[in-house]
Write a protein that binds this ligand. Structure first.
Ligand code: GRF
Length: 188
């Protein structure tokens, strides 16, 4: 599987996919990391691992469509088959979706369809649910609404803060995202 990873920030999910590949748990290759934020730690992680990383700063593009067109061009240049959104904080357009039909996977920090969109963990805390988690799903035009591949549940503890809960959700994200990639590739 030739993967292209899109990340905006820390890149721990990117690192988890790279680690699963290194350990032989996922038969894939990361062709390129695309990041939109010059500060993204994901870029540093890619450099350490010798993975090509391309900065496409959304501020350099007049519209979402222009950014996505350049993303598609870059993914094609690197011969990418599957696109993995690992903390990609941009809303995607049909340019990207239509270029990779049923080939884009996202990881979201809630049990979808609950708590879509931004600040999903804050939403779960505010709703006072007792169980939340994470979801690996296909990306469609409607945000956080594509077919679900895998989910993991995480209990919310009485003294949880955003930080402690996010940390426990991330442990599960790092586990299910590589599994979801394998599952998707096997199914489709
Ligand atoms: C993850 O919690 C993911 O669910 C959300 O953004 C976060 C990215 O974390 N979409 P990281 O950059 O992979 O560490």
């Amino acid at each position: 599987l030739k993967l292209g990873i899109l990340a905006s920030g820390n890149g721990s999910n990117f690192a988890a996919v790279a680690e699963a590949i290194a350990q032989g748990k996922l038969n894939a290759h990361i062709q390129v990391l695309i990041y939109n934020n010059p500060e993204a730690k994901a870029a540093q992680r890619a450099q350490e691992q010798g993975i090509p990383a391309t900065l496409l700063n959304h501020r350099d593009f007049p519209s979402r469509e222009d950014l996505d067109a350049q993303i598609v061009k870059t993914l094609r240049e690197y011969d990418v088959e599957w696109v993995i959104m690992a903390g990609w904080m941009r809303i995607v357009t049909p340019f990207l979706i239509n270029a990779f039909p049923n080939r884009i996977i996202n990881i979201h920090p809630s049990l979808l369809p609950s708590f879509k969109g931004v600040r999903a963990i804050e939403q779960a805390l505010a709703a006072k649910v007792k169980i939340t988690g994470c979801t690996a799903h296909f990306v469609t035009l409607e945000v956080d609404s594509g077919e679900i591949l895998l989910q993991a549940a995480v209990p919310i503890l009485p003294d949880d803060t955003l930080e402690t809960l996010h940390a426990r959700i991330q442990v599960q994200e790092h586990r299910i995202l590589p599994q979801a990639i394998a599952l998707a590739a096997y199914q489709y």
